[in-house]
Structures are given as structure tokens and as C-alpha cells.
Design a protein around this ligand. Structure first.
Ligand SMILES: [Zn+2]
Length: 353
């Protein structure tokens, strides 16, 4: 019997996606698991074993020609999918297991029986949020979080899904997939200007999806307080209005102050504070249902500590949250950017003050 409220997805096969000398390495997951086991937190959670996503599930998001291209390249021994994205012989199968890890986490949270969990964190690789419908890029092969959102729509008939993407890079792939879809609200904070170049405030969705994409491009140097200011002043009011039935998070840890690929100043405990905000939204709207998927994060130590902070938040009962809120302060450049975003988004979300 397992009555844990929080689950985690992990499989040693995730280490088989061999990228060579590359920041998105198998060592990332080794470092995370070592830390989680060192502090004994895995014993308090339900371990969820992933299964490979089916071809049909991958096709929810990706065109068949692209899927076949990845499969063929891997069968031929691998190669470079784009200048940043290496494939090895096993990558195709492991990318299916990565997407399948996030959908399995969704299934566990949606379980009605007592053995389900309220929330789960899928510790998967390769990451996914840069992968578009017809193109892998930026270390990403298949868009794990987008596939999970489509799985929620199709298997469980979920009508409103919130995706929060706090990876330091803009999730161009996820944005593209849901740009005209009002059932998925895509919210992203990211360093701007920075890779991949998208994610300005005027990218708000199109057609029926107009207003359901919210981009918060932040200046280099934004710290915990700046992020929390953006989350409380933009994400929370919009999310409370949207009232998601399920919350998904693209959790990259490359906004960490020690990360080698970006220039933000978030601390390891900061990611736990972001998770507290997500929990408040989920408790209010989605019966606490949250699935978090690992995206980036390239300083091995910072990645492990930040992941632990997220788990600490998921496992906590919310005590001390009020005190943490008081710590929110403002950085002038962040405050100005938040005002600019609100100005654009007020056309769609009337409760934005
Ligand atoms: Zn990233």
C-alpha cells in the first residue's frame, strides 16, 4: 500500500540518451537522484515507473514525417538533429520513455482510487519544450509537456489546462502547439532577449486561442523576488480567472544563479517558492492536481538542490506560506516589464489590476 500524496517518475534508461560532451547530460539525473536519496525524500513518495509513449500519443503533437526522421536517424546510429541536439542510437526509444513518463505521471494523478497521488514530478530526459510539431531543437526531441496536455484532453476530457513554464528559455515548441487552442493556457517566464528568441509580450495566441498565451520576458539578473512578483501579479490572477482543471509545469532550473547557460539570479529555495504559488493555484482550482516535468538546468549541484526544493514544497502542508509572501519585493526593471505584460493581457483578463 502506498498512500503518498506526491509521486516521482524516474527510470535508469533515461541515462541511455547519450549526448557526449554536452550540458544536457545523463549526469543531470544522476545528480538529482543522488541528492534525493541522500536526504531520504524518495521514501516519502510514490515511485512511478514510466512506460514508452505510443506512436499515437507522439502524433498528438508531432507530424509523422518528423517522428520517422528521428527514428531513422537513431536506427542509423544517431547524428545531430540541429546544431544543439545530438541523437544516439537509443535516443528515439528514450525520447518515447521521456514523453511516456510525463503521461504516466498524469495518469497517476488522475487515478480516482486511493492509490493515486495528488501531484507528481517527472524526472525525465531528453527535455521537450523547444520541440515544435515538425522540428526538434534546443536539446529537445518530443514535446513531453504538450503530449501530456493532449493526453489529458483526449483521455480524460479535461477542458482547461494551465501550463506554467519557468525554464529560463522560452518554450517556443509548447507555445506553437497551443497557440490557437483556448483549452490550454500557456504561461512562460523567460530571460529575454535569449535563446530561442521568441516569447515577447505581444505573442498572445491567435484565433480562438488569442489571450491564452501569456509571455513574461524578464531582464537578465531577475532574482527570486522578481520572479515571485511576476507570478503573483500576472500568473495568479489570470490562473484564478481561467480556473484550470489540471496544472502542468515545465520546470527548468537554468534560471538558477549558478547556471552556465543563462544569466538569472534565482536561488535553489526560490524554485520551492515558485512551487508554493503553483500549489495555491492548483488547490484553489484543480483539486491540487499538478504534474511537473523536468526541462533544463545545467549546473549539476544547483539542479539537484533546486529539484529538492520543489519536492519539499510538494510535500509540505503549506505552513509558512504567508510569511514567504511578505518577502516579495520589486526590482524596478521587473516591475516595469510586469506592467507592460498586464497592459497587453488586460484585453483578455479583466481581473488583472
Ligand atoms: Zn532552458
Amino acid at each position: 500500500m502506498n498512500t503518498a500524496a506526491t509521486g516521482f517518475v524516474y527510470h535508469e534508461d533515461y541515462l541511455k540518451h547519450d549526448t557526449g560532451y554536452h550540458p544536457e547530460s545523463a549526469e543531470r539525473l544522476v545528480s538529482i537522484m543522488r541528492k534525493l536519496e541522500e536526504v531520504g525524500i524518495t521514501e516519502k513518495m510514490k515511485r512511478i515507473l514510466p512506460v514508452k509513449a505510443s506512436n499515437e500519443q507522439i502524433q498528438y503533437v508531432h507530424v509523422d514525417g518528423y517522428i520517422k526522421k528521428v527514428e531513422a536517424m537513431c536506427k542509423g546510429g544517431g547524428g545531430m538533429l540541429d546544431p544543439d541536439t545530438p541523437l544516439c542510437h537509443d535516443t528515439y526509444e528514450i525520447a518515447l520513455l521521456s514523453a511516456g513518463g510525463v503521461t504516466k505521471a498524469v495518469d497517476e494523478v488522475m487515478l480516482k482510487a486511493d492509490n493515486g497521488v495528488r501531484n507528481a514530478f517527472a524526472l525525465v530526459r531528453p527535455p521537450g519544450h523547444h520541440a515544435t510539431s515538425n522540428k526538434g531543437m534546443g536539446f529537445c526531441i518530443f514535446n513531453n509537456i504538450a503530449i501530456a496536455a493532449e493526453h489529458l484532453k483526449r483521455k480524460y476530457d479535461v477542458k482547461r489546462i494551465l501550463i506554467v513554464d519557468w525554464d529560463v528559455h522560452h518554450g517556443n515548441g509548447t507555445q506553437e502547439v497551443f497557440f490557437d487552442d483556448p483549452s490550454v493556457l500557456y504561461f512562460s517566464t523567460h530571460q529575454y532577449p535569449h535563446y530561442p528568441g521568441t516569447g515577447w509580450i505581444d505573442e498572445v495566441g491567435k484565433g480562438e486561442g488569442e489571450g491564452f498565451t501569456v509571455n513574461v520576458p524578464l531582464p537578465a539578473g531577475t532574482d527570486d523576488a522578481g520572479y515571485l512578483y511576476a507570478l503573483w501579479n500576472i500568473l495568479v490572477p489570470i490562473a484564478m480567472d481561467f480556473s484550470p482543471e489540471f496544472v502542468l509545469v515545465s520546470a527548468g532550473f537554468d534560471a538558477h544563479v549558478d547556471d552556465p547557460l543563462a544569466s538569472m539570479n534565482v536561488t535553489s529555495p526560490g524554485f520551492g517558492l515558485f512551487t508554493d504559488v503553483i500549489k495555491e493555484i492548483a488547490e484553489e482550482n484543480s483539486k491540487g492536481r499538478i504534474v511537473i516535468a523536468l526541462e533544463g538546468g545545467y549546473n549539476l549541484n544547483a539542479l539537484a538542490e533546486s529539484t529538492l526544493s520543489v519536492f519539499d514544497s510538494l510535500l509540505s502542508n503549506g505552513e509558512g506560506r504567508e510569511k514567504r509572501k511578505e518577502k516579495i519585493s520589486e526590482n524596478e526593471r521587473v516591475r516595469k516589464r510586469v506592467e507592460e505584460v498586464k497592459e497587453v493581457q488586460r484585453s483578455y483578463w479583466t481581473n488583472l489590476l
